[in-house]
Design a protein around this ligand. Structure first.
Ligand code: GTP
Ligand code: MG
Length: 230
């Protein structure tokens, strides 16, 4: 009985945490919309290619959109160092153990970015397909990456990350000739959970699909600017 009560209290606490997170996320989204800054939350397993894609995106977009980044990791400032090397205003959040970012962490980090000079801020969430999916961070759009070596079944094993994504990026498609991965099956799984998700096939290594990804970003940025005018 005591055990059931304890579990019930835990559920209530989690619900309160999620509600508080939603309020902060909403405040953050409004602030960025007012500033005309597109906010994107990137989710994936560790090593799916988030930072590599950001590097390629920054290189390609520098004359079209001014990019900033918030990087979440359990340990190290490596991703911060990688993006800073491209001159990107960036902030690293080292969670010290937490497996996801929360809106309050992002709100704090945002104070350290010159958002008045930016058009898009990417949040690279902690590499993990489970907990990050539960927490909105004020993003206008959520992007989930699935890299070819992970296997197409990860869509079904970690459904929430794919169900809540506005776009799913199938990354490292240059490895398709070496790895057993069925792209059509993966797309079918994604659309069975999330019929409206945009699916883009990408290789940051060869540049395949990069134009489609960049067009999507420009389209989303325009969408946010229209929200400011409304
Ligand atoms: N073949 C191939 N390798 C890639 C591609 N993109 C990234 N990689 C490699 O995949 C590894 C992980 O890439 P990262 O960009 O660090 O992955 P990440 O998702 O940022 O990783 P975490 O931040 O640790 O979660 C690196 O060795 C990259 O060079 C790609 O398009 N093709
Ligand atoms: Mg990374």
């Amino acid at each position: 009985m005591a055990n059931a009560e304890g579990q019930w209290k835990q559920v209530l606490m989690l619900e309160r945490l999620l509600q508080a997170n939603e309020l902060i996320a909403e405040r953050l989204r409004e602030r960025l919309t007012d500033a005309g800054v597109l906010l994107i939350n990137m989710l994936s397993s560790p090593g799916s290619g988030k930072t590599t894609l950001l590097e390629a995106t920054v290189k390609a977009l520098s004359d079209k959109l001014r990019v900033g980044a918030i990087l979440g990791d359990v340990a190290t400032e490596r991703d911060y160092e990688r993006l800073s090397a491209y001159g990107v205003p960036a902030v690293q959040i080292v969670t010290g153990g937490e497996c996801h970012l929360e809106a309050a962490m992002v709100e704090q980090a945002m104070h350290r970015l010159p958002i008045e000079n930016l058009s898009v801020v990417f949040i690279e969430n902690v590499g993990n397909l489970v907990c990050p999916a539960e927490f909105r961070l004020g993003e206008h759009f959520r992007v989930t990456l699935l890299s070819v070596p992970e296997g197409e079944d990860k869509v079904l094993k970690y459904p929430h990350a794919f169900r809540t994504a506005d776009a799913v990026l199938i990354t490292k498609v240059d490895l398709l000739e070496h790895v057993r991965f069925n792209v059509e099956l993966a797309e079918g799984y994604i659309h069975s959970l999330n019929p409206n998700a945009r699916v883009v096939k990408l290789s940051a290594l060869t540049g395949y699909g990069l134009d489609e990804w960049l067009s999507l970003l420009l389209e989303w940025h325009k969408d946010v600017l229209q929200r400011v005018e409304l």
